[in-house]
Design a protein around this ligand. Structure first.
Ligand code: PHB
Length: 393
């Protein structure tokens, strides 16, 4: 990925150097705080981006449109889940739009441009989905927090739950990019923690959905179960194709919970009975979740899912950090200290963040029944990402 240099950021999309961005005047009363909201609003992850944005808007409305005492102005950008376009979109947000803070995104490859800019510019960034482990491992930074998960976490829970059922050998099927690879690593670690093995990983390029060549190989692998990471439109297709190939009876399918999250309706009978693991699910009956689900439904007309929860919590985390700095997004030390010390009252259940700024959270085993991802029980409680390599300089 091309480096986003300070100069290229200041030069912005037009190429003219924007010197005003170098000056940091005191926060004037009433000057809007600009937040760049970079998400996919088209492509296979479009519904995920919409859910995150709606829930972010919902919490902003609950805060009367203000964070840290300043009115918030959102600048929305569609990143199309296209890593090649990400650096120039981020440059535009910083150079032309001069945002004070960043929120984004869904795709693990695209998020790297946001992480790089936030690290270089010491700008607050809340990641409301993308699980790229580097963001909270070797590329961790004081101003970067995640309201979601690391790719490793849900898949680790699934591997552990599968091993506990007595499965000894399993395969992992996914897209060939960071989220697929890292969730496969988590699945393998979870299997090994229970004495089982990950013996094969099969991939196809993101966001392709021609699953037939992979499905044809599965019966010959000598495994007892198949785990998968797919999400959004790709997850709908994969679950349907898996069932249509007659594999459900021979090789139980499971996965990171994204496989069935927010997509049970279009998956229909093909998803019935599928077990997945995630940091959210249907039947989490804490008062916060009950209130959130009702509020989100009337605000957006959609049912809440994990993406909505993560968008809502991204707004909560940003508001906590900015309240501590009275709306000064450049006061990164105080911003970070406040979020690190906070317990976020999430619909998933209250959480704190690890030393590398990733949620410590319970991963639930769920089962798809009658259009719901019903919680069966905890796969792993209070799970932190290993967070290796984070030195937070
Ligand atoms: C990712 O690319 O990190 C990603 C995308 C969609 C998901 C989960 C993770 O549902």
């Amino acid at each position: 990925m091309p480096s986003i240099s300070r100069r290229s950021i200041l030069a912005g999309a037009s190429g003219s150097v924007i010197t005003a961005a170098l000056a940091t005047p005191a926060i004037a009363q009433g000057v809007p705080l600009k937040i760049g909201l970079m998400l996919p609003f088209s492509g296979t992850f479009a519904a995920l981006g919409e859910a995150i944005a709606s829930a972010f808007d919902l919490h902003l409305k609950e805060l009367d449109g203000k964070m840290g005492g300043r009115p918030v102005e959102l600048v929305r950008v569609d990143d199309e889940s296209n890593p090649a376009k990400a650096p120039s979109l981020v440059n535009r947000l910083l150079g032309r739009d001069k945002v004070d803070a960043l929120v984004g995104t869904v795709h693990s490859g695209v998020v790297m441009a946001l992480v790089q800019a936030a690290r270089e510019q010491q700008l607050p960034l809340i990641i409301p989905n993308a699980g790229n482990v580097a963001a909270t491992r070797e590329l961790c930074a004081p101003s970067v927090f995640r309201s979601s998960f690391s790719n490793w976490q849900p898949a680790y829970g699934m591997g552990k739950a599968l091993a506990a059922k007595g499965v000894k050998k399993a395969a992992w099927v996914t897209w060939d990019y960071a989220a697929g690879k890292e969730s496969g690593d988590g699945f393998g670690d979870g299997l090994r923690s229970g004495g089982a093995e990950l013996t094969k990983v099969l991939t196809l390029p993101f966001p392709e959905t021609n699953f037939q060549p992979i499905l044809a190989q599965l019966p010959g692998l000598g495994v007892e179960a198949v785990g998968a990471f797919f999400a959004g439109g790709g997850a709908i297709q994969f679950v349907k194709d898996y069932a249509a190939a007659g594999l459900r009876e021979k090789l139980p399918l499971c996965g990171s919970g994204f496989l069935t999250e927010g997509v049970l309706k279009p998956q229909g009978a093909a998803a019935e009975g599928l077990q997945t693991a995630l940091h959210y699910g249907d039947g989490i009956d804490n008062p916060k979740n009950i209130a959130f689900r009702a509020a989100f439904k009337s605000f957006s007309t959609h049912d809440a899912d994990v993406y909505a929860v993560q968008g809502y919590d991204a707004a909560q985390m940003l508001a906590v950090g900015l309240a501590a700095t009275k709306g000064d997004a450049s006061a990164v030390k105080d911003f970070a200290a406040a979020i690190r010390a906070a317990t976020i009252d999430s619909p998933r259940g209250a959480f704190t963040v690890s030393a590398s700024h990733n949620p410590i959270q319970t991963i639930w085993l769920r089962e798809a029944r009658n259009g719901e991802n019903r919680v069966v029980g905890p796969a792993v409680e209070a799970l932190a990402d290993p967070g290796t390599g984070c030195t937070m300089t």
